[in-house]
Design a protein around this ligand. Structure first.
Ligand SMILES: Cc1ncc(COP(=O)(O)O)c(C=O)c1O
Length: 396
């Protein structure tokens, strides 16, 4: 049997992943996602969710979803263009468009799909995509699917981006692709620099703002809002799976013709099921909440500043910045896992990130702040990090 050889090969791979401290276990949570959860190992304070605004267990969203289930049902059993478009799908697309002040929006079942469905639809072999070296896997995969020339510029390096723009002068169309906020570091793309270069070299700009939509910028519309470039960016992709209630779903918003062609040709949109009605209703409610309650993002930013400052005072190596993603750099994979385990054993739920999610030798614990965290919870987490960090020799 052919599988016998494959089985042995895969088992060896799995053993080596485990031996090098890179194996990812999944912990079981038995309650809704929130600041504290019950897990298979106890009651824990959670510090690793993308639940930035604390809406994952919002009673208001839950109630809207229950009501929405009654009015719009559970599933549509169809892709959008056959019989998978309800009034609420159009309502959500319009709401996102109006919020951003863009021209049009298209929904996907995830931002991963939004990214993999974008590039090959808009660009062809005569074109070029110029992509930041640390872009999310879904942008990388989307670029791989596209026949355009690919150039990767050094992370957030405007001089290197300019070199790549010069090298691709002969392309028909060009698109610069970047995360708005880089998920493993919590740092922001230099969007003003990127838009200036795009103007100079006549390129389009695409920003994936998954780790910023809902809470960065004066109106919470993301890094594009914070840096004042919404009207200079051609395409924004983002997720509903993080700040906007954290269930699932993604969208692409921007120029009308780009959105129109995606609706006609984008493969994850044409060949995958529509977003489930309860998810759409939940996202609509999440958007209402974040537009009317700026105090949620204010609390998130206060929590972030507090935690970042205290961790730095304790002697941890934190990637500087002001984003609620707080990467605690450890380096060595095994030491990283040991620290995460020591923190987990004290009732604080964190995850050790290692290769292939981050480069080898740059292992880290990525802590994430939420508006749901109270000051008491943050102090508890800090005390645990201090104790575990001393025990594991990470701080002195
Ligand atoms: C920058 C970025 N883009 C896209 C995604 C994928 O989003 P989704 O979960 O909606 O597929 C993520 C999620 O990890 C992300 O961090």
């Amino acid at each position: 049997m052919a599988y016998t050889a494959v089985k042995d090969f895969l088992q060896d791979e799995l053993d080596s992943i485990r031996e090098s401290g890179l194996y990812k276990d999944e912990k079981i949570i038995r309650t809704p996602q929130g600041a504290e959860v019950d897990t298979s190992t106890g009651h824990e304070l959670i510090m690793c969710a993308n639940n930035y605004l604390g809406l994952a267990d919002s009673e208001e969203i839950e109630q809207a979803v229950v009501d929405g289930l009654k009015t719009h049902g559970f599933g549509m059993a169809s892709v959008r263009f056959i019989c998978g478009t309800q009034d609420i799908h159009k309502e959500l697309e319009d709401k996102i468009t109006n919020w951003f002040g863009t021209e049009a929006t298209i929904l996907y079942t995830s931002c991963f799909d939004a990214n993999t469905g974008l590039f090959e639809t808009v660009l062809g072999p005569e074109d070029a995509i110029i992509s930041d070296a640390l872009n999310h896997a879904s942008i990388i995969d989307g670029v791989r699917l596209c026949k355009a020339t690919r150039k990767v510029y050094k992370h957030n390096d405007m001089a290197d981006l300019e070199d790549k723009l010069r090298e691709t002068q002969d392309s028909r169309f060009r698109m610069i692709a970047t995360d708005g906020v880089f998920s493993m570091q919590g740092d922001e793309a230099d969007l003003v620099g990127i838009c200036d270069l795009a103007d100079k070299y006549d390129a389009m700009v695409m920003v994936d703002d998954s780790h910023a939509t809902g809470f960065l910028g004066p109106t919470g519309r993301g890094s594009v809002d914070k840096q004042g470039v919404i009207d200079r960016v051609d395409v924004i992709t983002s997720t509903m799976g993080k700040a906007l209630g954290g269930a699932s779903g993604g969208f692409t918003t921007g120029r009308k013709e780009i959105i129109d062609i995606l609706r006609q040709r984008s493969r994850p949109y044409l060949f995958s099921n529509t977003l489930a009605p309860p998810i759409v209703v939940g996202a609509l409610t999440a958007l209402d909440i974040l537009q009317t309650r700026p105090e949620l993002r204010e609390r998130l930013h206060e929590n972030t500043a507090y935690f970042r400052n205290r961790m730095t005072d304790l002697g941890f190596d934190i990637v500087p910045g002001d984003h609620p993603i707080v990467p605690i750099m450890i380096g060595d994979e095994k030491k990283n896992v040991a620290l995460a385990q020591a923190v987990n054993a004290r009732g604080v739920f964190v995850v050790a990130f290692s290769f292939p999610v981050v480069p080898r030798g740059e292992a880290r614990i990525r802590v994430q702040m939420s508006a749901a965290h109270t000051r008491e919870q943050l102090d508890r987490a800090l005390a645990v990090f201090e104790e575990a960090g001393r025990e594991q020799g990470v701080i002195s």
